[in-house]
Design a protein around this ligand. Structure first.
Ligand code: PAF
Length: 286
């Protein structure tokens, strides 16, 4: 695996990799490191669909609205490199803040047509501006044919698709299914911040979602589904930040759920913020 640290190194590495196959398809997986099986499923998907797989590891300061969150974000570079190497990543992009933002973090304007106003947009102001800024930068640096993102960050995936369309970037944004631990916990870099016991108890999140969504057609009202999900957390160590029942395309809250909707949830376990979502289409009876 070739390691590159800035734009000129990544361009040179891609040029070399393309010498034998000039029309080789390039797949990019942008990450913030602390890699796990979820990221490796993106690598696997990219390997199946592309000829050259590039992964970036960069903890993007522009997308953290809480300095504590940035400071405590898990960093496991040594293990990340091993995991990527073992899973067949061809090129690792490991830039400094200066390489990503040579002119500093400048104001960034984008009209995401409301996709960024609810959910994470409400609780993490400025977050999606930072995400769009860094993803656009990586897409411009690497110019991949396809870029891969996990569906666990449901709102982020929709917003990155919108950003790529608005900016006219010639890239296909690919969403990959959520990877879950055996107990149902959605894999996330932040799980590394949980104790073993908390990780075990966090099976509650997917269980609560499933309980709230099973047979939803019998009582599809937003409030009824929400109440069932909330009940799943009664007397637990988890506190709910939000539960949103939204249309898959507009990301707007709906009054009545149908198979075009998703439940997005964020809970805290102590200081650790955990995201999950499930789609009603997976619970529809027909
Ligand atoms: O999902 C993430 O890990 C980050 O938000 C991303 C897309 C790599 C941008 O920093």
């Amino acid at each position: 695996m070739i390691i590159t640290r800035n734009q000129s190194e990544i361009i040179a590495a891609i040029k070399t990799a393309k010498t034998e196959k000039p029309d080789a398809l390039i797949g990019l997986i942008p990450t913030m490191g602390a890699l796990h099986e979820g990221h490796m499923s993106l690598v696997e998907l990219a390997k199946n669909q592309c000829d050259i797989v590039i992964c970036s590891v960069f903890v993007n300061p522009a997308q953290f609205n809480n300095p504590d969150d940035l400071a405590t974000y898990p960093r496991t570079l040594f293990d990340d490199k091993k995991l990527l190497e073992n899973n067949g990543c061809d090129i690792l992009l490991l830039p400094t803040v200066e390489a990503v933002y040579p002119d500093g973090i400048l104001p960034y304007e984008i009209n995401l047509e409301g996709l960024d106003t609810g959910m994470e947009g409400t609780f993490r102001p400025g977050h999606f501006t930072g995400v769009c800024m860094v993803v656009q930068r990586f897409l411009e640096m690497v110019a991949p044919d396809k870029a891969y993102f996990g569906k666990k960050d449901f709102q982020q995936l929709a917003i990155i698709g919108k950003m790529a369309a608005i900016r006219n970037l010639a890239v296909e944004i690919v969403g990959a299914p959520i990877k879950r631990a055996e107990n149902g916990l959605a894999l996330s870099s932040r799980n590394a911040l949980l104790t073993d016991q908390q990780r075990e108890n966090a099976s509650l999140i997917s269980l609560a979602l499933k309980n709230g969504m099973t047979n939803y057609e019998l009582q599809p009202e937003n409030e009824a589904i929400r109440a069932k999900i909330e009940a799943g957390f009664a007397n637990s160590e988890f506190t709910i930040e939000y539960i949103a029942i939204v249309n898959n395309i507009s990301l707007k809250e709906v009054a009545i759920a149908d198979e075009n909707c998703t439940v997005c949830i964020v809970v805290f376990c102590g200081k650790v913020r955990l995201l999950d979502n499930m789609q009603f289409a997976d619970f529809a009876s027909v």
